[in-house]
Design a protein around this ligand. Structure first.
Ligand code: B4P
Length: 182
């Protein structure tokens, strides 16, 4: 399996759930921009205060802020890394390319997790985070289609994209991911 990975997919597809699991089993550094932003919110930092309102509206936090967070943490890690929820738009993807070229750590593979909207909404309503109410979830799905989905072609054209369907249990999806990345 490749060791420098990124996970893309709509909110609620299970990126965080599966990324954490794969990173643990393969000793990868797991970098979730969502988790990092929520940690800033919880700690009440200036950055967290700026991010909180944006996240609760279901919008994307500013590229500059997210890039500062990733740049500080993405370093060479013996067994590799897994980016979860980043990049979220083409500006972030291009910035990531530049950063990885500087670090001489090329990306190996991109995993797209797909699930239909009604199942996504159901899972997120059950999760019940501050940004998981139906109106905000539907807005996040629109933001995903407009800003994040163009990454699918971006990575597919480079021959780096693998796809899995996220239906079924966490174990079933994990199994599919291992096969897709093998
Ligand atoms: P994220 O934290 O990235 O979260 P997400 O996309 O909503 O969810 P994910 O796909 O990880 O789903 P999960 O495993 O939790 O983003 C939140 C916000 O942060 C964004 O809206 C944005 O504002 C901001 N943000 C983050 N990164 C950014 C960036 N790069 N730029 C700008 N802004 C950024 O799974 C969802 C639920 O489903 C869970 O409850 C889980 O237990 C359940 N589940 C998982 N797999 C399941 C299965 N197989 N069956 C049933 N339930 C399942």
């Amino acid at each position: 399996m490749s060791h420098r990975l990124l996970f893309v997919g709509p909110p609620g597809a299970g990126k965080g759930t599966q990324a954490e699991r794969l990173a643990t089993s393969h000793g990868l550094l797991h970098l979730s921009t969502g988790d990092l932003l929520r940690a800033e919110v919880k700690a009440g930092t200036a950055l967290g205060k700026e991010a909180e309102a944006v996240m609760n509206r279901g919008e994307l936090v500013s590229d500059a802020l997210v890039l500062a967070i990733v740049r500080g943490r993405l370093k060479d890690h013996g067994s590799g890394w897994l980016l979860d929820g980043f990049p979220r738009n083409l500006v972030q993807a291009e910035a990531l390319d530049t950063l990885l070229a500087e670090l001489e750590q090329p990306l190996d593979q991109v995993l797209l997790m797909e699930l239909d909207d009604e199942e996504l909404v159901k899972r997120l309503l059950a999760r019940g985070r501050a940004d998981d109410n139906e109106e905000v979830i539907r807005h996040r799905l629109t933001v995903y289609r407009e800003q994040t989905a163009p990454l699918i072609d971006y990575y597919d054209q480079r021959g780096q994209l693998k796809r899995v369907i996220s239906t079924g249990t966490v174990d079933e999806v994990a199994e599919r991911i291992l096969l897709a990345l093998a």
